[in-house]
Design a protein around this ligand. Structure first.
Ligand SMILES: Nc1ncnc2c1ncn2[C@@H]1O[C@H](COP(=O)(O)OP(=O)(O)OP(=O)(O)O)[C@@H](O)[C@H]1O
Ligand SMILES: [Mg+2]
Length: 291
């Protein structure tokens, strides 16, 4: 009987015996252009450089996508997997240091319209990746769409990127408000991006916590202050990330430190840490929201 074990059963058995869990981190921020994609990729490449198996889910429907920033050519995306036209493995794009990108960009509007068979297929697809991925980083689009909310509540950690602009603070506040009041997310890791000094980053964080502490039941932690750094723009032009193009630049050092910190964020000990449960959470709650 053992000889006839199929791939699903084999991977299920491996999951029972392997202690590996995938850490899922969603990077968001409310406002556009605050640096979400740069923070996501900076963390991802830093982790990959250290030999971690890292995957980036590009859930950004905007123009400055992960593939564009890395100069990668993307064909099919997650919507083709959902439609049953190909497997998850077929759409993965290889980035630097073995980093893998899951393009979800065009056409992947939400997960509400899937049939039960498509749900099951998607869960199985991610489940099979489980033992091969240490960290899954999700780069989200600007705004507070269903997609952004789904990925935030399904992740173990939510990173909120802010910069020193009034609209960034108000948009981040609006996002934290809806996630904490309506989606059960209570912990947020804040990255102050494009700051001119550590002090400016702290002040920015204080501005945000002043309102969240007063009005919301949310716990915020300042996890990084990333300096405003011309090298970031220069790297974007080279279609590289700053941690790769200029590893000693101040922004690169801050992103690397953030990546190291994130690797130490605790993982859930329960089986719910597995990727397939992440996808299940995405789908189940989305369905509920769509009713
Ligand atoms: N620390 C930084 N220093 C200087 N420039 C930065 C920094 N972080 C990001 N930028 C620049 O800001 C711009 C927006 O960055 P990015 O694309 O990462 O933002 P985003 O939040 O992902 O935007 P979108 O909402 O459009 O997806 C880019 O041109 C990038 O080069
Ligand atoms: Mg982006």
């Amino acid at each position: 009987m053992i000889e006839t074990m199929n791939h699903d059963q084999a991977s299920g058995l491996r999951r029972l015996t392997t202690p590996r869990r995938t850490k899922v981190i969603t990077v968001t921020g409310g406002k556009g252009g605050v640096g979400k994609t740069n923070v996501t990729l900076g963390m991802a490449v830093s982790m990959a450089k250290q030999g971690k198996k890292v995957m980036v889910l590009d859930a950004d429907l905007g123009l400055a996508n992960v593939d564009v920033l890395l100069g990668l050519r993307v064909g099919r995306n997650l919507s083709h997997v959902m439609a049953g036209e190909c497997d998850l493995e077929d759409i993965l794009v290889e980035g630097p240091y073995g980093l893998k990108i899951i393009p979800a960009s065009s056409g992947t509007k939400g997960m509400t319209d899937l049939s039960p068979a498509q749900h099951a297929g998607l869960i199985r697809a991610f489940g099979m990746l489980d033992e091969d991925v240490d960290v899954l980083l999700v780069d989200t689009a600007a705004g507070i769409s269903d997609m952004v909310l789904s990925f935030s509540r399904a992740a173990q950690d939510v990173v909120v990127v802010v910069c020193d602009e009034p609209t960034s603070i108000t948009d981040a506040y609006a996002l934290i408000k809806i996630l904490s009041r309506e989606h059960g997310v209570s912990r947020f890791k804040v990255v102050a991006n494009m700051v001119r000094s550590y002090r400016e980053g702290r002040d920015l964080f204080t501005k945000l916590t002043r309102v969240t502490e007063r009005f919301l039941n949310a716990n915020l932690e300042l996890v990084a202050c990333v300096p405003l750094d011309e090298r970031v723009r220069q790297s974007v032009k080279k279609q590289k990330v700053v941690v790769d193009a200029f590893p000693q630049a101040p922004s690169a050092l801050a992103l690397k430190a953030l990546a190291n910190k994130a690797l130490c964020w605790p993982l859930p000990r329960t089986p719910s840490g597995h990727l397939e449960f992440f996808v299940e959470r995405l789908l189940i709650r989305d369905q509920a929201a769509g009713e």
